[in-house]
Design a protein around this ligand. Structure first.
Ligand SMILES: C[S@@+](CC[C@H](N)C(=O)[O-])C[C@H]1O[C@@H](n2cnc3c(N)ncnc32)[C@H](O)[C@@H]1O
Length: 254
């Protein structure tokens, strides 16, 4: 009899204190945990003794587990009556393939629940002491990926620049550091070179680093400061407030 279920749980950006109570409850009740790469060890440490923990990211130098295999594992375990927790960095529904997993699990007739997590883009700007939206500087926010799926078209950065300028939106770009040169070039078609930009690596973790720069200097800053994945790039006027927050001593050391 199928009595198992799968819960897609957002583990937040890394700081274990940013886990929600609902996520913690789901982890405590898990009998099997499938853990992504960006989930911190302190979060996994909440798994009950005796629960089976399977790392499906690139941890330990292994190539990441194929998505189809992860989905198969979840379905098999749930059919065996396990209480499966799929632990994902940030929020499962922001560039986390949570949507695909949900569809496949539902198609297989598995009971599935989703527990939101704090997405890294939000944690990144908050850690700099500035908001994503502000009545005077940004009327909204767009979450984007800088990394297109194999064979798919990359985001239309020129159209995005135009809408960000006209509608006064903050851009939060995930997985963008390795394509920063192209992103910079295309965004410059619609946004001024002086547009403020922040790059935040390992947001919320003790190893967090960041740089505040301009769109015209984005790629050069990333190369100079050696900023790497996992990082988010935040583009927009809200970033101007970082200097003010730093002056009040509210920032972690960069
Ligand atoms: C596959 S996406 C997953 C995003 C995740 N679902 C979320 O909501 O944050 C991985 C990307 O998220 C961003 N990311 C995840 N954790 C991060 C962190 N602690 N600091 C900065 N960026 C992070 C990076 O852009 C990284 O390449």
């Amino acid at each position: 009899m199928n009595t198992g279920k799968v819960t897609l749980v957002g583990a937040g950006p890394g700081d274990p204190e940013m886990l929600t109570l609902k996520a913690l409850k789901a982890i405590h009740q898990a009998t099997v945990l499938l853990v992504d790469d960006l989930v911190s060890d302190e979060v996994v440490a909440h798994a009950p003794k005796g629960a089976r923990v399977v790392y499906v990211g690139k941890r330990g130098g292994c190539r990441s587990t194929p998505q189809a295999f992860i989905e198969k594992l979840m379905i098999l375990a749930a059919r065996e009556g396990e209480n499966v927790v799929r632990l994902k960095g940030g929020d499962p529904f922001i560039f986390g393939r949570g949507g695909e997993e949900l569809e496949h699990l539902r198609a297989a007739g598995i009971e599935v629940e989703v527990v939101n997590g704090i997405t890294s883009g939000l944690a990144a700007v908050t850690s700099l002491g500035v908001p994503l939206t502000h009545r005077e500087h940004a009327q909204g926010v767009i979450f984007l990926t800088g990394h297109a799926q194999k064979g798919a078209e990359p985001p239309d950065w020129k159209a995005i620049a135009a809408i960000a300028r006209d509608a006064r939106l903050t851009l939060v770009i995930y997985m963008g550091v390795s394509s920063a040169e192209r992103i910079q070039r295309d965004l410059l078609s619609g946004l001024p070179a002086a547009t403020p930009v922040a790059v935040v690596q390992k947001a919320s973790l003790p190893q967090q680093r960041h740089a505040v720069t301009t769109l015209g200097e984005l790629a050069a800053t990333i190369a100079r400061d050696g900023l790497a994945s996992p990082s988010v790039i935040v583009v927009g006027d809200v970033v101007r407030g970082v200097a003010a927050a730093a002056a009040q001593g509210k920032l972690r050391a960069a």
